[in-house]
Design a protein around this ligand. Structure first.
Ligand code: ARG
Length: 461
């Protein structure tokens, strides 16, 4: 049994099962890079403030770099009994540099150390999410531009409502993913706050300079309150909330693609690479990737709920419960980053079927609002126009024809205001074109949206 680094006052060793139960090395070793980055910054700060000599600081930094090399080349021996990533690295550092290794932990506790490591990790991962989201918005902008003139039924209540352009439909998702990106940018302001210097909970008597550490790791701010610094996990909760909203958006999109791939819709052909066959029904092409993405959304909500629940009963300050913060984030991160990336790849090659969308416009009287607006524009109170149009729809339905298949005489039966020009108004292209105000589905506002999204994307680079 290895002697614990905190073992000074302990006479009895933990049983193997307790050791296994309490360790975090099996998962927090994923933080080795951040741990070494934080320790190097801390060592340099200790040297710069004269808490240790500059030569000692240099020895620690070089030793830490050697540890990093050993981990990355796979020769590092991880020891479960050393509990966690921090102890594993510090123990190996001391083997390499000798007793001076013991000076690294001056003016520091694992409580502020793990806070910094986790914040650095979340920071790196949220940058990756942001990059993937930007790529997804870019793909949506490209596909939208390609389909500026493709029309399909827009739905409310999943019932045919009014014609819209496929571009407008796709850009609705682009707007969601843009907001997700903006949410991450805002969240990162609170992630990138260094807690180092809070020490165990109360701060330290050593003349440290927390700002030097923050600057060295690229964080613009340091903690304001030592007790808050070691017990705050809001940054991880916010990240998981952001991830949950991203997954919710992806899941809604997946649901639409699944519907659109159903032959009764036939709006898209699923690329072979993103679908699978059935082991019994030879005709099947199943939208498994979309279904899994919809399903995996639950994992990310689960991670958010897990961490909220871990935190809800904790008195100040650090409590060991908080060690349970990492695995939910790691799992959510794997899910979110892969999902956004796969969605971008899949959308880039998704085959839309404009003819089938076009055909679907003939079912469901999507131009009924046009007739009502036409009558209202001619002075009929909108409620009366709505009623007259409803009656016209009922007649068309009885005859099994489209609204525009009714004769002028039949239409005039519902209102004397109807004239020959009504047929141009009932065309779906015209209906879309007339929605020309900002944010509408008309070609003008859709082009403006595209320009706006593209300049936003350019501003990120
Ligand atoms: N493995 C611990 C965690 O992840 C590190 C901090 C331990 N601190 C302590 N006082 N036991 O939270």
């Amino acid at each position: 049994m290895t002697k614990k680094m905190w073992g000074g006052r302990f006479a009895e060793a933990a049983t193997a099962s307790v050791e296994q139960y309490t360790q975090s090395e099996s998962f927090d070793r994923a933080l080795y890079r951040e741990d070494i980055t934080g320790s190097k910054a801390h060592a340099r700060m200790l040297g710069a403030t004269g808490i240790i000599s500059p030569e000692e600081a240099e020895v620690l930094v070089r030793g830490l770099e050697q540890v990093l090399g050993e981990i990355e080349s796979g020769v590092f021996v991880w020891k479960r009994e050393l509990e966690d990533v921090h102890m594993n690295i510090e123990r190996r550092l001391t083997e390499i540099v000798g007793p001076v290794g013991g000076k690294l932990h001056t003016a520091r506790s694992r409580n502020d150390q793990v806070g910094l490591d986790f914040r650095l990790h979340v920071s790196v991962r949220l940058d990756v999410w942001s990059q993937e989201l930007a790529r997804l918005v870019d793909v949506l902008a490209n596909r939208g531009e390609e389909h500026a003139n493709t029309l399909l039924p827009g739905c409310t209540h999943l019932q045919p409502a009014q014609p819209v352009s496929l571009a407008q439909h796709l850009l609705a998702y682009a707007q969601m993913f843009r907001r997700d990106h903006e949410r991450l940018t805002d969240c990162l302001k609170r992630v990138r706050v260094s807690p180092l210097g809070a020490a165990a909970l109360a701060g330290t008597t050593h003349p440290i300079n927390p700002a030097l550490v923050a600057e060295a790791v690229g964080f613009p701010a340091t903690f304001a309150n030592s007790m808050d610094a070691v017990s705050d996990r809001d940054f991880a909760l916010e990240a998981l909330f952001c991830g949950s909203v991203i997954m919710m958006h992806l899941s809604r999109f997946c649901e639409e693609i699944i519907l659109w791939a159903n032959p009764n819709f036939g709006y898209v052909k699923l690329p072979d690479a993103y679908s699978t066959g059935s082991s019994i029904m030879p005709q099947k092409k199943n939208p498994d990737v979309c279904e899994l993405m919809r399903g995996k959304t639950g994992r990310v909500y689960g991670a958010l709920t897990t961490l909220l629940t871990i935190m809800k009963g904790l008195p100040l300050t650090y409590n060991r419960d908080m060690q349970e913060d990492k695995e939910p984030f790691f799992d959510a991160d794997r899910t979110v980053s892969a999902s956004v990336s796969i969605m971008a790849d899949m959308l880039a090659v998704l085959e839309f079927q404009p003819e089938n969308m076009r055909r679907a416009l003939d079912k469901g009287f999507l131009n009924a609002t046009e007739l009502a607006d036409y009558l209202a524009a001619k002075g009929l109170p909108f409620r009366d126009a709505h009623h007259a149009t409803g009656a016209a729809v009922a007649l068309a339905e009885r005859k099994g024809v489209r609204l525009e298949d009714l004769s002028l005489e039949e239409l005039r039966g519902f209102s004397e205001l109807v004239e020959q020009d009504v047929f141009a108004v009932l065309e779906h292209e015209a209906a879309v074109r007339r929605r020309a105000l900002s944010g509408g589905t008309g070609p003008g506002p859709v082009a403006a949206q595209l320009t706006n999204l593209r300049s936003w994307l350019a501003g990120l680079r």
